[in-house]
Design a protein around this ligand. Structure first.
Ligand SMILES: CC(C)(COP(=O)(O)OP(=O)(O)OC[C@H]1O[C@@H](n2cnc3c(N)ncnc32)[C@H](O)[C@@H]1OP(=O)(O)O)[C@@H](O)C(=O)NCCC(=O)NCCS
Length: 168
């Protein structure tokens, strides 16, 4: 089942986030909490067997041009989100490992696009996340540009973030 996130989902969301990303790339509890409280219409969770096993969150931006300076991890949703924004920014998505490869990520992504009917959309992804890329490409996203050293995992070399966007 896919539903909108509620504040009490936060513990489950943080378990998923901690498992999905290494230290240095993870976003904080406060950042996710704020996203749920400020724009729950752009935040979905997947529930399986009564447990939250996946999340996807987003913001609406009012922008004319997609430029590298727009992107940052752990940035407050209040800094750019506007409820009438023309661009849907998908800020994060993950499925718990034990629930991966069942089609849940693809369905949750699709459900978010349906829930937020804005045609111009953008996201930033790790170049190595081929599974996520496939979901994005199938939904009409195309590579726009890469940002050097965007992801900075603790104890590892930093790596590129790939910005992908839909055409319209
Ligand atoms: C990306 C992610 C959300 C996808 O969720 P998922 O539920 O595992 O994905 P799905 O089962 O919907 O599969 C999506 C596609 O991934 C590919 N895929 C799925 N399982 C795979 C596997 N075991 N090996 C390789 N590719 C696989 C398939 O191409 C699949 O497309 P298909 O439906 O045409 O077969 C999940 O892998 C995840 O949380 N990864 C870690 C965090 C992450 O990468 N987040 C997004 C970018 S920051």
């Amino acid at each position: 089942m896919i539903r909108f996130a509620i504040p009490s989902d936060i513990d489950s969301i943080m378990v998923i986030e901690d498992e999905a990303h290494p230290e240095g790339i993870r976003e904080t509890r406060e950042i996710f909490q704020e996203r749920i409280e400020h724009y729950p219409e752009g935040f979905l969770v997947t529930v399986k067997g009564g447990k939250v096993v996946g999340y996807i969150c987003s913001e609406l931006w009012e922008v004319d041009k997609i430029v590298p300076g727009l992107f940052a991890l752990n940035k407050s949703i209040r800094s750019r989100h506007t409820f009438t924004g023309n661009t849907h920014y998908i800020s994060s998505m993950a499925i718990l490992k034990r629930a991966q490869s069942l089609g849940l990520g693809r369905s949750m992504f699709r459900a978010l696009l349906d829930a937020v009917p804005v045609t111009k959309r953008v996201l930033i992804v790790d170049l190595n996340k081929t599974r996520a890329h496939r979901i994005y490409i199938d939904a009409g996203f195309e590579p726009l540009f890469a940002i050097r050293d965007f992801f900075t995992p603790v104890g590892q070399a930093p790596y590129f973030g790939l910005v992908m966007a839909t055409k319209s």
